[in-house]
Design a protein around this ligand. Structure first.
Ligand code: NAD
Length: 276
């Protein structure tokens, strides 16, 4: 029998805290986005994968994710440079699964060159994919999140959303923009049960970084492992790459019940890089 002083036994935390939630993860056919999609699926969320890649391989990814976690998974090929395609992706998701509960803006590209040699089309593409797409997806999901009084938006920024590095002008400008946009989204939605946060990874071993290592090795005439240690991990005090699983775990945490009061912030997952 329960007495007035006895504290009720707390319910055990659900193994699938995101059961029934609908999540879009942009740029999730590869790397960090795929890891995030997998983490959210493991927590029970229905998943919309997005990004480029071989059609058959993407279908295999969808089937594997659905079977492994017993959730619905579909693929949407919206190009993040195209605002109309982004709006259509959100509408298709709503028709198929219902309103979007969780939005993870992860799609991103990189190009490295001095400012005066930076190709204009690369600048425009980085701004469109890394920054403007975050605005277009957010504005498309907010009306339903506000109407239902619940939503989680996580923007994958970067350590380069907080500090600069030479030769990465477009990327650094776009990622600083994402951190700023995250704050504004959080302030505009704070009374609506919606949170919006940025995750700022340091270097994570993914195809995006693998390409940069190869480019730098060729440019400097150095072996790739030397480039990794001297160029990439030089700034990362723990001297190791962050893992996709660590970024995915941070995102799943931000979407879960324990993070309900965390909004408008940037969480660094960078081995101490931005503590310098
Ligand atoms: P990745 O190259 O492995 O994956 C990028 C994903 O974005 C892919 O699925 C790709 O198909 C998709 N994509 C690219 N252009 C697109 C477009 N126009 N429309 C839709 N999808 C598109 O890269 P990653 O390393 O996994 O990076 C993911 C995010 O994490 C990016 O925003 C990146 O800036 C950020 N980030 C990565 C690192 C790192 O070290 N890897 C560090 C900090 C931040």
């Amino acid at each position: 029998m329960e007495t007035a002083n006895a504290s009720p036994t707390p319910a055990p935390p659900s193994a699938r805290p995101l059961d029934g939630r609908v999540a879009i993860v942009t740029g999730s056919t590869s790397g960090i986005g795929l890891g995030i999609a997998s983490g959210l699926a493991e927590a029970g969320a229905t998943i919309v994968l997005n990004g480029f890649g071989d059609a058959a391989e993407i279908q295999t990814l969808c089937h594997e994710l659905a079977a492994r976690h017993d959730v619905a998974v579909r693929y949407d090929d919206a190009n993040m440079t195209d605002p109309a395609a982004i709006a259509a992706m959100v509408e298709r998701t709503e028709r198929l699964f219902g309103p979007v509960d969780i939005l993870v803006n992860n799609a991103g590209i990189q190009h490295v060159a001095p400012i005066e040699e930076f190709p204009l089309e690369k600048w425009d593409a980085i701004m469109a994919i890394n920054l403007s797409a975050v605005f277009h997806t957010t504005r498309a999901v907010l009306p339903e999140m506000k109407r239902r009084g619940w939503g989680r938006i996580v923007n994958i920024a970067s350590a380069h959303g907080l500090i600069g590095s030479p030769f990465k002008s477009a990327y650094v400008a776009a990622k600083h923009g994402v951190v700023g946009f995250t704050k504004v989204t959080a302030l505009e939605t704070a009374e609506n049960g919606i949170t919006c946060n940025a995750v700022c990874p340091g270097y994570v071993w993914t195809p995006l970084v693998e390409k940069q290592v190869a480019q730098q090795a060729a440019a400097h005439g150095l072996p790739e492992d030397e480039v990794v240690q001297k160029v990439f991990l030089h700034d990362q005090p723990n001297r190791k790459f962050a893992t996709v699983a660590e970024i995915a775990g941070t995102v799943t945490f931000l979407c879960g019940p324990a993070a309900g009061s965390i909004t408008g912030t940037s969480i660094s997952v960078d081995g101490g890089w931005t503590a310098h």
